[in-house]
Design a protein around this ligand. Structure first.
Ligand code: AR6
Length: 176
């Protein structure tokens, strides 16, 4: 599924984020930036040790914030590492913190002259955020940003598995 937000493209695809040819890919990291499982593990495996070296130099990242490294051996030139909230019950600032992840990642992209980026579904794996709720937060935050920032030409959500893709498609239909 693909929509236009002014002149920018927003697309939803099923796939593996490590294979994307966008200028940057976004990692769903943890605050230590020392790597982990899920999408974090896949990015470090595919990108090689250079990314972890840079992460260790940065030293850490708070929930809702984002930092940037080069892309190592990946096709993408940069990896933006952001730390999603661990879902408790939805009443512990989870939506606000998840929105910050997307917004701060997009702001870093704008600052670095990155024109295309790919996001995974942040927080909906190990961190337990219900996918339908996370999809609404992710897409509404991205759409708001793209409306004000035409310098970002394309945002791709790379969803792992068909049910996650379907949840994002349903959320997007209610927003555009
Ligand atoms: N490409 C795209 N999406 C993927 C891939 C991939 N290669 N692999 C998994 N996903 P998660 P979180 C999906 O757990 O919930 C790590 O250990 C996955 O199916 O990667 O933010 C970190 O170090 C799910 O839909 O991230 C943290 O400790 C989504 O990516 C913690 O997990 C996010 O799942 C972060 O948890």
């Amino acid at each position: 599924m693909e929509v236009k937000i002014n002149n920018s493209k927003l697309e939803l695809v099923e796939g593996d984020i490590t294979k994307q040819d966008t200028d940057a890919i976004v990692n769903a990291a943890n605050s230590s930036l020392r790597g982990g499982g899920g999408v974090d593990g896949a990015i470090h495996r595919a990108g090689g040790p250079k990314i972890l070296e840079e992460c260790l130099q940065i030293g850490g990242c708070s929930t809702g914030e984002a930092v940037i490294t080069t892309g190592g051996n990946l096709k993408a030139r940069y990896v933006i590492h952001t730390v999603g909230p661990i879902y408790q019950d939805g009443c512990h600032r989870e939506p606000e913190l998840l929105a910050s992840c997307y917004r701060n990642s997009l702001q870093l992209a704008s600052q670095k002259g990155i024109k295309s980026l790919a996001f995974p579904s942040i927080s909906t794996g190990a961190y337990g955020y219900p996918v339908a709720d996370a999809a609404k937060v992710a897409l509404s935050t991205i759409i708001t940003y793209l409306k004000e920032h035409p310098e970002i030409e394309s945002v791709r959500l790379v969803l792992f598995g068909h049910s996650t893709l379907t949840a994002y498609e349903q959320a997007l239909k209610t927003l555009v």
